[in-house]
Ligand binder design. Structure first.
Ligand SMILES: Nc1nc2c(ncn2[C@@H]2O[C@H](COP(=O)(O)OP(=O)(O)OP(=O)(O)O)[C@@H](O)[C@H]2O)c(=O)[nH]1
Ligand SMILES: [Mg+2]
Length: 545
């Protein structure tokens, strides 16, 4: 019995031991499984990060290529450093292998993707190795875990480990083809528009609105400034204009004209602003330096549309690449005669629009503002027939304007008023005035200088300017060839006249020009820019003397 008992006890102890060892094995296996799971999870994460980086890298391949091309030496150095760092780092291999696996798992089918992921995974592995290099203790633990995880036999892992991924070629300059686009440069499109026939330093485009605006641009057209558009709310006025039909623009508001209602004029342009801009691009082309908007203050179409037209002109200027549209868009505005201003509506229209446009000029939003005083010019030409009245005034304005553009394009054996001088006056902001005097007593120094003074005071296109507010001026003296060669002290007399002009204009910058031609007379042409708005003269529109 005792023997039996002993035997039973032995068997029981043995079985207990067996169970205990079994338990231990199961526990071990459990821990191994968990470690393997963890390792696989971390590998998946690395692969995901790698895939995201590959996407980002794909999005900016040009930048990368450009960087490489720019600093090839640096990249080579970096490569060497990376290799060294990778060699030093113990966990590199393990992490690398995990990353490889993860890459394969993430995109097992597509070879191209695999390559990309593998490359990025490699990079990630290298990065991880570099990061973990200083903390050696941590690394060892992680490596051990990773190794244990790999030792766990899984039916899928074994065959995958054998699959050899083709090595991705290094992304060098030889791999990326050179595209034609690399040497492509956007060239500005040159559109000629209507061909000009004038002689001058500055190419102008003219946008006229209303009957006055149309007739003014027609006068410039006759001088060879062919880039014109005449806009109106009635075809009656347009029909009478002798310019090509495709340079007339009807702002159709369903009525014949705006009937002095400025609201109608304003609406008319806002409705067809885009079409007008398109027309401007077509007719003016891209080779334009300055755009002038012309209209009569007082009318419904011209006056009402003035601000919108200025806006269109600026849009056009921007569209052809002008950096400062405000300095490239000017205005020619007429003031009504005393007779016309007797109509309260005409007077009020003229007053309102003149002040609005004047403000733009003073703010530097347009340059220049040229004001034509119809009353003053009409007095210069007494006894004109009805037929000649407006054409005479308009051609006076156009030819005086043209003279300075023409002069600044000519070379002189003496002193030139060059294109830059001229443009500095035109772009000076504020208001501009022009005048011309013929001097018969040019041998007398004082006669010449007082002619310049008279020129400014009497023959300007409008009164009421404070000449001392001028910023810049141009004065050109033109005389006959023989006169220039034979008149003693003429140079001194001319210089004195220039000095007087400087004095009158509050020491504005005076650009001088001395030219000769075949005529036997001496003429003095003056243009003054950057002047203050003649507010007092505009007030007189409402209360004519
Ligand atoms: N210098 C000059 N001024 C003009 C000419 N025609 C008209 N004006 C002036 O411009 C002012 C406006 O007249 P219009 O141009 O006929 O008016 P509009 O812009 O056509 O406007 P609505 O007829 O009301 O639609 C007039 O009061 C005149 O003083 C012109 O040929 N030359
Ligand atoms: Mg009209």
């Amino acid at each position: 019995m005792a023997k039996r008992k002993k035997a039973t006890k032995k068997t029981a102890r043995k079985s207990a031991k067996k169970t205990a060892s079994k338990k231990k094995t199961t526990q071990k296996a459990g821990t191994q499984k968990a470690t393997a799971k963890k390792a696989r999870k971390s590998a998946k994460k690395t692969a995901k990060r790698a895939a995201v980086r590959t996407k980002a890298a794909k999005k900016t391949p040009k930048k990368k290529a450009a960087k490489k091309a720019k600093a090839p030496k640096k990249t080579a150095k970096q490569k060497v450093t990376r290799k060294k760092a990778a060699k030093k780092a113990t966990p590199k291999k393990a992490t690398k292998r995990t990353a490889k696996k993860a890459a394969k798992k993430a995109t097992p089918k597509k070879a191209a993707k695999k390559k990309a992921v593998k490359r990025t995974a490699k990079k990630a592995a290298k990065k991880a190795a570099r990061k973990t290099a200083p903390a050696k203790a941590k690394q060892t633990t992680k490596t051990k875990k990773a190794k244990t995880a790999r030792r766990v036999p899984t039916p899928k892992a074994a065959p995958r480990a054998k699959v050899e991924t083709p090595k991705a070629p290094p992304a060098s300059r030889d791999v990326l083809p050179v595209l034609d686009l690399e040497s492509f440069e956007a060239k500005p499109l040159v559109e000629p528009g209507v061909k000009d026939e004038f002689v001058g330093s500055t190419r102008y485009a003219w946008l006229g609105s209303g009957q006055c605006g149309g007739r003014l641009v027609k006068s410039f057209y006759d001088l060879g400034y062919k880039k014109v558009i005449a806009a109106n709310t009635t075809h009656h006025d347009l029909d009478l204009l002798d310019i090509p039909a495709d340079q007339k623009f009807l702002m159709d508001i369903g009525e014949f004209g705006a009937g002095k209602d400025m609201g109608r004029g304003r609406d008319a342009v806002s409705r067809c602003r885009q079409e007008l801009l398109h027309e401007a691009r077509q007719k003016f082309g891209t080779e334009v330096e300055h755009i002038m908007v012309c209209f009569g203050a007082g009318g419904g179409t011209g006056g009402g549309s003035a601000l919108e037209m200025i806006g269109v002109a600026k849009d056009y200027a921007r569209s052809i690449g002008k950096k400062e549209p405000a300095r490239s868009v000017g205005v020619i505005m007429t003031l009504p005669t005393i007779g016309e201003a007797a109509s309260p509506q005409v007077a009020q229209n003229a007053y309102n629009v003149a002040n609005e446009v004047g403000q733009l000029a003073m703010e530097g939003q347009i340059s220049p503002l040229i004001i034509i005083d119809n009353e003053k010019i009409s007095r210069m030409y007494p006894g004109l027939t009805v037929k000649d009245f407006w054409p005479s005034i308009n051609s006076t304005v156009a030819s005086l304007f043209d003279i300075f553009n023409r002069l600044s394009s000519l070379s002189s054996p003496y002193t030139s008023l060059d294109p830059v001088d001229y443009q500095s006056i035109v772009r000076a902001g504020g208001c501009a005035i022009m005048g011309l005097t013929k001097v018969s007593e040019y041998q007398d120094r004082f006669a010449l200088s007082s002619a310049v003074r008279r020129n400014l005071e009497k023959t300007l296109l409008c009164d009421g300017f404070d000449l001392a507010s001028a910023k810049v001026a141009g004065c050109a003296v033109v005389g006959g060839k023989s006169m220039m060669a034979q008149t003693p002290a003429l140079q001194d007399n001319i210089n004195y006249a220039f000095d007087v002009l400087a004095e009158i204009t509050g020491n504005a910058t005076i650009h001088r020009g001395i030219y000769e031609d075949q005529r036997n007379s001496l003429r003095v042409y003056t243009i003054i820019g950057g002047l203050d708005f003649p507010a007092a003269r505009i007030e007189k529109i409402l209360t004519p003397a």
